[in-house]
Ligand binder design. Structure first.
Ligand code: NIG
Ligand code: FE
Length: 421
């Protein structure tokens, strides 16, 4: 069991206490406490508040003390959209895009997701796991304590199961929490290029029941977009997933406006992600629904396309979350603080809104809001400290590594200052 810790001399504690999920104006409620302390016992938050109130507790006196030196403490960051397990970067495509080729042109000529699929199928599980383990260490070093991870570079039963088993193995042997999503419908694999109907049937009738039977995923996702799957195909696959107990999520309106956001509302999916191309009508519909709108500005930046209308979604009252979309094709960053900078600079979210989107609302989209996403007594002690005196400096210093201490269930995962490790 993790030791008892007293985190004290916290300049700003952002508890993120308040209604869950956050919408509209309440997205900026950070529950800020100045000159604060947090007591961690048995992997949970035992007390959180002003330094005076926490330090005078009996239990606090016996705890190991960590002095934050006036720094900022947040709930552990929750990355609710990643493609964690892949075989290799696609850096050659990156250079082709810089020279003018588009993402979709590269995909049509056999690159893109299909190139990642070829490499992943050829790589043994142990090698995939080693690489993903290294990446999880980097997530923790950027303040992230929970990572959603999608399959989708296998696209045949054996390879999809290989990815999901790697994720399960990682969830058991390292401390970050991994939430698995089945994305067998990422694109139609080359061997089914002329028989896409057959592939959709295989995903819906063979892969999903198997994934569910082995308990390998909680969610089912579809890349519903031009060049991937249609709205009708996505409806069939997500409905089949739900029937097997996999809650739906959806890649929606990224490359083209297809009507995927409407489908997300119709099916009341846990999260509709990307939304770069939503119309004002889509925004209205999403805002009235309980679908989380997960913004992925890293992908827009990397593809050189306009950002999703984050400000308009928040102002309309939608539930907005923020994630990295970490993947080798469109968003090779695993830094949520970087995603926050892009959300603030590119979508005009306020710093407190970006933080709420990457903590409490992201936790809600993963259905873990009762345990993570805020700093409250009884919740899991998932905490991230940053080397700044004002929380707004986290997005402000874009691209600067500021994570200082990352704690998962009371266990220190990352400490920039070796004295704290
Ligand atoms: O979220 N949009 C679909 N999937 C990824 C891209 C994956 C890739 O290019 O490898 C995304 O952007
Ligand atoms: Fe994605």
């Amino acid at each position: 069991m993790a030791e008892t810790l007293l985190l004290t001399n916290i300049g700003q504690l952002l508890t993120m206490r308040g209604p869950v999920p956050r919408r509209g104006r309440s997205l900026a409620d950070a529950g800020l406490v100045k000159d604060a302390a947090v007591l961690v016992q048995n992997g949970r938050i035992a007390a959180a508040g002003t330094r005076r109130n926490v330090e005078r507790l009996q239990r606090a006196r016996r705890a190991r003390k960590i002095d934050l030196g006036g720094r900022v403490l947040l709930p552990g960051l929750v990355d609710s959209h990643t493609h964690l397990v892949f075989a290799a970067s696609r850096v050659a495509e990156y250079e082709m895009r810089i020279a003018g080729a588009s993402y979709e042109e590269i995909a049509r000529s056999g690159g893109g997701i299909r190139a990642s699929v070829r490499k992943l199928r050829a790589m043994p599980a142990a090698a995939l796991e080693r690489q993903a383990l290294g990446r999880l260490g980097q997530f923790a070093a950027h303040g992230t304590t929970t990572v959603e991870a999608k399959s989708g570079y296998g696209l045949d039963l054996a390879s999809e199961l290989k990815i999901l088993r790697v994720q399960r193995s990682l969830a058991r042997k390292q401390p970050l929490e991994i939430v698995s999503t089945f994305l067998g419908a990422h694109v139609v694999p080359p061997e089914y290029a002329r028989r896409r109907r057959a592939y959709v049937e295989i995903v819906a009738r063979q892969m999903i029941p198997m994934v569910a039977r082995y308990g390998l995923a909680e969610f089912c996702d579809v890349f519903c977009d031009r060049g991937a799957f249609s709205v009708e195909e996505a409806r069939q696959i997500l409905t089949a997933g739900r029937a097997c107990g996999l809650e739906p999520r959806l890649h929606a309106e990224q490359l083209a406006r297809t009507g995927a956001a409407r489908l997300a509302v119709e099916l009341c999916v846990a999260s509709a992600d990307h939304l770069d191309r939503v119309t004002p009508g889509d925004i209205k519909l999403l805002a009235k629904s309980s679908v989380v709108c997960t913004l992925l500005p890293g992908a827009s930046l990397h593809l050189g396309v306009p950002f999703a209308p984050g400000r308009a979604l928040v102002d309309a009252g939608a539930i907005v979350a923020l994630a990295t979309d970490f993947n080798p094709g469109t968003s090779p960053t695993l830094s949520l603080p970087m995603a926050m900078s892009l959300a603030c600079d590119g979508m005009r979210l306020r710093p407190a809104e970006a933080i709420a989107a990457a903590t409490v609302n992201a936790a809600y989209s993963l259905r873990r809001h009762d345990r993570i996403g805020t700093i409250e007594v009884g919740k899991q002690a998932d905490l991230s400290a940053f080397d700044v005196a004002d929380y707004r400096e986290i997005p402000y210093y874009f691209g600067v590594h500021l994570a200082w201490l990352t704690i998962k269930r009371g266990q220190i995962l990352y400490a920039r200052d070796p004295k704290q490790a």
